[in-house]
Design a protein around this ligand. Structure first.
Ligand code: GRF
Length: 186
C-alpha cells in the first residue's frame, strides 16, 4: 500500500478529510502526521485515527532531525495541509515531485510571504475579487512557486466576510484534495 505523510499546523480539517478518504478507499495509508504545534487541532485528529504524530519544532526542521524522521516512514507522497513553516530544503531535495501543498487561492495570485489563512481571504475581499479558489501544487525551494497540479474556482462576489470566503474555499479543498492525492499516487 502507498504511504502518505502529512504535515499540518492548524485545525486539521483537511488532514481529517484525507485520512477518512483513504480509510474508505484503502488505496493508500496515512502513516504519520507531522506538526510543529503540539497543541494544534490536527494532533487530536491524528490520535483519534490512531496515526502516529511527530512533533517537529522549527529547529528540528532546520537541523535535519525532521528529515531523518520523514525517512523512517518511506513515504510515496508528502502532503502539506495547512503547514505554516518553511518546508526544509533537505526534504525537498530528497523527494523531488513527491511533496505537494494546498493553497487557498488561485496561485500565482495571493501567494508568497504572509499569504496564508485569513490574510488571503481578507485580501480577496478588500480587492473585491469576483472569484477565488484552490491551488494544489508541488513544493519547491521557493514557497508557493512550485508547478501547479490542479486549480478550482468559486465565485465570491456576494461574500461580505473573510469567513464566508474561507468556508467556500474549504468546501473545494475537501472535495478535491484527496482525489488529487489519489491520482498522483497512481
Ligand atoms: C487550508 O485552507 C489550507 O489551504 C491552508 O491552510 C488551511 C488549513 O485548514 N494552507 P485545516 O487545518 O486543514 O482545517
Amino acid at each position: 500500500m502507498k504511504k502518505l505523510v502529512l504535515f499540518a499546523s492548524g485545525a486539521g480539517s483537511n488532514a481529517d478529510n484525507i485520512i477518512r478518504h483513504f480509510n474508505k478507499t484503502r488505496t493508500a495509508e496515512v502513516v504519520a502526521v507531522f506538526t510543529n504545534k503540539p497543541d494544534a487541532g490536527v494532533v487530536r485528529i491524528a490520535e483519534n485515527h490512531g496515526i502516529e504524530v511527530v512533533v517537529s519544532a522549527k529547529s528540528d526542521l532546520e537541523n535535519g532531525s525532521a528529515f531523518a524522521d520523514v525517512n523512517r516512514f518511506r513515504p510515496d507522497l508528502i502532503v502539506l495541509a495547512g503547514f505554516l513553516l518553511k518546508f526544509p530544503t533537505d526534504i525537498i531535495r530528497a523527494y523531488p515531485d513527491k511533496i505537494i501543498n494546498i493553497h487557498p487561492a488561485l496561485l500565482p495570485k495571493y501567494g508568497g510571504k504572509g499569504m496564508y489563512g485569513m490574510n488571503v481571504h481578507n485580501a480577496i475581499l478588500q480587492n473585491k475579487d469576483a472569484e477565488t479558489g484552490i491551488s494544489i501544487h508541488y513544493v519547491n525551494e521557493n514557497y508557493d512557486e512550485g508547478a501547479v497540479i490542479f486549480q478550482e474556482k468559486v465565485g465570491v462576489s456576494d461574500c461580505d466576510s473573510p469567513e464566508q470566503i474561507a468556508a467556500r474555499v474549504q468546501i473545494l479543498e475537501h472535495e478535491h484534495f484527496p482525489l488529487i492525492i489519489e491520482h498522483l499516487l497512481k
